[in-house]
Design a protein around this ligand. Structure first.
Ligand code: TRP
Length: 446
């Protein structure tokens, strides 16, 4: 396989594509609920530290490999390993990434399907005049209905795989780039509304006044996993996007911009959601339903609430769409690398993910009590294990490859940050990121 000549048309296009991958359910749905489950501010501090010391340097490593290899992830790794005289088995890292995103996409599609359901309900005005308890029980009833959930899961996955099959991801990116600023604006508006509620002060204290006694090795591991998840790092998915990165662009600056935006969106969502939680006297640790219950409650109280809520779910859907396209990419690229056509590869991935996704669907009804591993049901398993173990392990290996194995000249050129910038990046990855990730993994798993 020869190096690709294709490039993102502008520097901005590259940044926006990576932002499209990064901003999604991780920021608006997962961040609030897992911060809620892990005690608030102390978790937030850990998460930000991991983004800075681990997520960001490893994101650069991952994109560098793609940019230097200019091929699909497995081929880029193999090509660079051969150049460096290292083992060809580094290719398998690309395969490991594909397995990771397979598991993640299986639940990502199901939860994005919830957004479709809520979009339709919001458009119908189903939340108008409902009190918070009614909204909460309505969500429970939806979770208990595998048929409605399967329908939405199928629809979302179909939307994703058609775009991937057509290879028009860039067309969608354009739409995304146009509309995402609107999502940020709506979140700002929501946070502004949150500031007028009774729960706002409690929410801020809860989010920003850390109680470090809440930290256990497991909480640290959750925070690390989430940092990887939200930045879309650790599964070679951004490696695929790096292959098209323009020649003359500073990677640290691009990655920094993405990280700031990504954390910003999560914070705005957190402020909005926890204000409602505390205003309504709800439990912050209520789990995966948190966003789906709090936001309809918040919007129900705003003028034009049904309209805003519809727009919000529409934009959320768009954000998850660009993320899921990124999730599908490493698998499709891998199959293509094995000689399958793009269309067939997308169909195969779609069917496989759909089937495994059914386990997540049924985890809220028929299979709720099927708990094969440490008391976790299927949904718990796919939402934690790939994120908290596979992504950090993958990220660690990606970092090791970029900082220790890859030919130095290639790595330097791919970072695009000058000599001292390169040494700084290399020092951080070698002596901080890799040991940190290894320590947290070991401590969390023991
Ligand atoms: N970052 C996305 C989100 O926050 C999810 C995502 C997209 C992802 N691509 C990824 C996670 C690759 C891990 C690996 O919703």
């Amino acid at each position: 396989m020869n190096a690709t000549l294709e490039r993102w048309s502008t520097r901005r296009a590259f940044i926006l594509a990576v932002t499209g991958a990064a901003v999604g359910l991780g920021n608006i749905w997962r961040f609030p609920y897992i911060t809620g489950e892990n005690g608030g501010a102390a978790f937030l501090v850990l998460y930000v530290v991991f983004v800075l010391l681990l997520g960001l340097p490893v994101m650069m490593a991952e994109i560098m490999i793609g940019r230097a290899g200019r091929r699909a992830p497995m081929q880029s790794l193999g090509h660079l390993a051969a150049q460096a005289g290292a083992s060809r088995h580094w290719r398998l890292l690309g395969l490991f990434g594909a397995v990771t995103v397979f598991c993640i996409l299986s639940f990502y599609s199901v939860v994005s399907g919830w957004s479709i359901e809520f979009l339709v309900m919001a458009i119908n005005g189903d939340f108008v005049g409902r009190d918070p308890t009614e909204i909460a029980t309505g969500f429970e009833a939806f979770l208990g209905d595998p048929r409605r959930m399967t329908f939405n899961h199928t629809l979302f996955l179909f939307m994703t795989m058609t775009v991937v099959a057509a290879g028009v991801a860039k067309g969608l990116e354009r739409l995304n780039n146009l509309l995402m600023p609107l999502l940020y604006l709506l979140l700002l508006l929501l946070a502004g509304y949150a500031a007028t509620t009774d729960g706002f002060a409690t929410a801020l204290a809860w989010l920003f006044r850390p109680d470090f006694s809440a930290i256990t090795p497991l909480v640290v591991m959750h925070a690390m996993g989430h940092a990887f998840f939200t930045l879309a790092v650790g599964a070679c998915a951004l490696m695929a996007y790096g292959a098209y990165m323009p020649e003359h662009q500073s990677l640290p600056r691009a990655a920094g911009a993405v990280a700031v935006l990504d954390v910003g969106v999560a914070l705005l969502a957190g402020i909005a959601i926890f204000s409602v939680v505390f205003t309504q006297g709800m439990d912050p640790g209520e789990g995966p339903g948190l966003m789906f219950v709090t936001l309809p409650i918040a919007f129900a109280e705003l003028p034009w609430g049904a309209l805003w809520l519809s727009v919000f779910f529409l934009l959320l859907l768009l954000a998850t769409w660009t993320s899921s396209i990124n999730l599908a990419e490493p698998m499709v690229a891998t199959l293509q690398g094995w000689g399958m056509s793009r269309g067939k590869a997308a169909a195969a991935v779609g069917i496989g993910v759909w089937l495994v996704g059914l386990l997540s669907v049924l985890s809220f009804s028929t299979l709720a009590e099927w708990r094969p591993l440490f008391g976790m049901n299927a949904f718990d398993m796919v939402t934690t294990i790939p994120t908290e173990i596979f992504l950090p392990v993958g990220g660690l290996l990606i970092a090791a490859f970029a900082a220790w194995i890859m030919p130095r000249g290639e790595a330097r050129a791919a970072l695009g940050a000058g000599g001292s910038g390169f040494l700084l990046w290399q020092g951080v990855v070698r002596w901080i990121s890799i040991p940190l990730a290894a320590m947290v993994l070991i401590a969390g798993l023991l």
